[in-house]
Design a binder for this molecule. Structure first.
Ligand SMILES: Cc1cc2nc3c(=O)[nH]c(=O)nc-3n(C[C@H](O)[C@H](O)[C@H](O)COP(=O)(O)O)c2cc1C
Ligand code: SF4
Length: 678
């Protein structure tokens, strides 16, 4: 038996958990019709197979119709969910993991224009900034109805074979009752802490009465809202003790902070560039104060920190949730003493930001996550060993190299720069985006183990590639900044990359025209503002940096607002002209009818990339498929068979930004789904 603290079993009531690592509840927004169907099951099962002790499925499954699915939540208020839950729990149990589900009523943290268009309810009329609904203040019949709904849903989950239910309190209805900031009720459910917590205890009592004692009940709640006038740490410890003393629940899952704003949410679930494990010591204090089973997750991305959390007695079970979205096989790799093979979570929060935009959670650098039915986490060997030549060692090229090498092929990579990474290396120039480089480092170490040959400082040409006698050539050369967007004066501008790379010094009065809306524009703004310049970011869009998304925007805003950067939306830079040592920028609008001017000394354009595709077109005539990709074959996961040139000697493909400017996830997905079938 291993003496690794992480691998020790843990007894929670009647349940034996096989180790100390859990996946905490998170809604990946995979439900179909509100049900956990095949996609959901495949995703959950992969983590159970990977060895996790307990997977808490479904973030925030809705117990009531007036808690509509704002990020495609499961609908726990429907009876038809029971067989779907049963299929999932049976499959997970067969893999030796425990499975629980998180139930909630979102209260004001949702929108009335979803689901059945019912009014949003809360214990006050205060609006939640993130979801923007003005809630109805709850009446006695709302309270009774929702308590009943919780009990009904818990009973459904037990019938579906769940090991237990966790109440999502933080930021949702339960903590909206608990917090003095959001509870303005009179009478039995408002006023004193005892009254405010009455709703929570009534819910637990009703659930316990239905599910009996041999079923785990827990709560995920904030023990310190970190808001003036809110639940503070002393109140949080008191709340924790009362929860324990109620005798109704079996564990505490500790959160610190508030989630009613993008900024608050980002402090609760920190993004890359923010400190690791920021609330672990706090969770440890709650455990010490209550001597009660304590769970916690918040940016504990690596095994060493998780091990410390258990060894130091901070928590009983440690959550590694996003870490498992990046690599579902963490526990297996710990057991096999292959920790260095764990694909690292880089805290990009692409997963989370997507669900808040109505999309599914995808991991920025594991394209198989959420696509388990079609994309493998473990690559199968090919029947025939081929020679695969890849040009470009950015995220797309390296993913293609890794996957092709896992297939057992002989892989050679040419890269013009002296280092791998492409645009990732560039983005990692910003301190807060430094973690992105792990996307490259992990692939490099996997490729090196798999025997991939790299030629850096090599501008590959057709002869060099032909000399390798390839069966398959993959062009992953990426793109170069696209700055020719003005009707006049294109020679006067520099690109966001010029600034980020340090190739061009920032001016003193700078206009950034950003209609790509991605990280590079904001990164350039930050570099320039930090250098002491006056900066205006202008975009023709309705909001700026739409590709950056909510949680990713938070650290930028915290920085750029301090530098007094100006944000101008709905205006388009049209042309520029030199005027002595200044530049006159002519500005219009897609809405028409305005002409403005700015006098500045530097224009920075952020407008995506133009594919670097010369080599691809040079290689086309010698290829068998002339570069053709069958999208039907690509999507259905079978090898590419297009034959357009009988004289050709190799298959030719291009992937990532060498095709069209997209993002890191798209580049990696391009590579995985092509290379897994070579
Ligand atoms: C896509 C996604 C959805 C989430 N949804 C929920 C949720 O519904 N309920 C919840 O309590 N936490 C939710 N979380 C938060 C996670 O449970 C966890 O607390 C958070 O990711 C921090 O832990 P980590 O750093 O180990 O990922 C979500 C996280 C992600 C990535
Ligand atoms: S998208 Fe980023 S934060 Fe989310 S799981 Fe992947 S690496 Fe981690």
């Amino acid at each position: 038996m291993s003496n690794d603290p992480l691998l020790q079993p843990y007894t929670l009531k009647h349940l034996t958990l096989r180790n100390r690592i859990i996946v905490t509840s998170h809604e990946p927004a995979y439900p179909e019709d509100g049900m956990p169907k095949e996609r959901y099951r495949a995703y959950t099962l992969e983590r159970a197979r990977g060895g996790v002790a307990l997977t808490m499925t479904a973030g925030s499954a809705a117990v009531s119709k007036d808690s509509p699915p704002v990020f495609n939540n499961l609908l726990a208020y429907k009876d038809e969910i029971v067989p779907w839950i049963r299929e999932m729990t049976d499959a997970v149990h067969e893999e030796g993991a425990a499975i629980m589900i998180q139930l909630t009523h979102l209260g004001r943290r949702t929108r009335w224009d979803k689901g059945d268009w019912l009014p949003v309810v809360a214990p006050s009329h205060h609006r939640e900034a993130s979801h923007r609904s003005f809630p109805k203040k709850m009446e006695d019949w709302d309270i009774e109805r929702i308590i009943r709904d919780f009990a009904d849903a818990a009973e459904r989950m037990k019938a579906g074979g769940m090991d237990g239910v966790e109440l999502e309190a933080y930021g949702h209805l339960i903590d909206q009752f608990n917090s003095p900031l959001t509870n303005e009720l009179d009478g039995p459910y408002g006023g004193s802490l005892e009254n405010r917590m009455r709703f929570c205890f009534d819910v637990f009592k009703a659930m316990r009465a239905r599910v009996g004692d041999d079923f785990i009940l827990g709560v995920r709640y904030t023990a310190d809202e970190c808001l003036p006038g809110g639940t503070g740490k002393a109140d949080g410890i008191e709340i924790s003790r009362r929860l324990r003393d109620s005798g109704l629940i079996d564990y505490l899952n500790v959160i610190r902070g508030h989630i009613d704003t993008d900024a608050g949410l980002t402090d609760v679930i920190p993004i890359q560039g923010m400190a690791n494990s920021p609330h672990l010591d706090f969770a440890g204090e709650i455990r010490a104060a209550t001597q009660f089973p304590t769970f916690h997750a918040a940016k504990i991305p690596d095994v060493a920190t998780a091990r410390h959390a258990i060894a130091a007695g901070k928590v009983d079970m440690v959550g590694m949730t996003r870490a498992h979205m990046t690599d579902p096989h963490i526990v297996r790799k710990i057991i096999e003493k292959r920790e260095e093979d764990i694909r690292p979570c880089v805290g990009a929060n692409y997963c989370l930001d997507r669900i808040y935009q109505g999309g599914m959670a995808f991991c920025i650098h594991n394209a198989a996550t959420g696509r388990e039915q079609t994309m493998p986490h473990t690559i199968a060997k090919a029947d025939i060993r081929k020679k695969v030549v890849i040009v470009g060692a950015g995220p797309a090229g390296l993913e293609a190299a890794r996957v092709a090498a896992e297939r057992g092929h002989a892989v050679v990579v040419f890269e013009a720069a002296n280092n791998p990474g492409g645009q990732i290396r560039l983005t990692a120039q910003s301190e807060r985006r430094r973690e992105m480089i792990s996307i490259i480092d992990w692939r490099m170490s996997q490729c090196e183990k798999l025997g991939v040959t790299f030629h850096f400082n090599n501008w590959a040409d057709a002869d060099m590639i032909a000399a390798e006698e390839p069966d398959v050539v993959i062009i992953a050369t990426g793109g170069l900044p696209h700055t020719e967007v003005l009707s006049k004066g294109n020679e006067l501008v520099v690109s966001s990359w010029d600034i980020i790379s340090g190739d061009v010094k920032p001016g003193t009065n700078v206009l950034i025209f950003d209609d790509a809306g991605d990280h590079a524009g904001l990164q350039a703004a930050e570099f320039i503002a930090k250098a002491g310049a006056k900066v205006e970011i202008m975009t023709p869009d309705r909001s700026f940096a739409p590709e950056v998304m909510a949680m990713n925007l938070v650290p930028y805003m915290r920085s750029l607002q301090k530098f007094d950067v100006t944000f101008t939306v709905t205006y388009r830079l049209q042309s520029a002209e030199k005027s002595r040592n200044q530049i006159i920028a002519h500005v219009g609008s897609d809405y028409g009818g305005v002409e403005k001017q700015r006098t500045i000394d530097q224009i920075v354009i952020n407008h995506g990339t133009i594919p670097l595709d010369d080599l691809y077109f040079e290689m086309r005539p010698g290829s068998r498929n002339l570069g053709e990709v069958s999208y039907d074959q690509l999507i259905s996961g079978v090898p590419q068979t297009a034959e357009r040139n009988p004289a050709g000697t190799y298959q030719l493909f291009r992937i990532g930004d060498a095709v069209a400017a997209r993002n890191t996830h798209a580049a990696i997905y391009d590579a995985l789904r092509l290379a897994k079938d070579i």
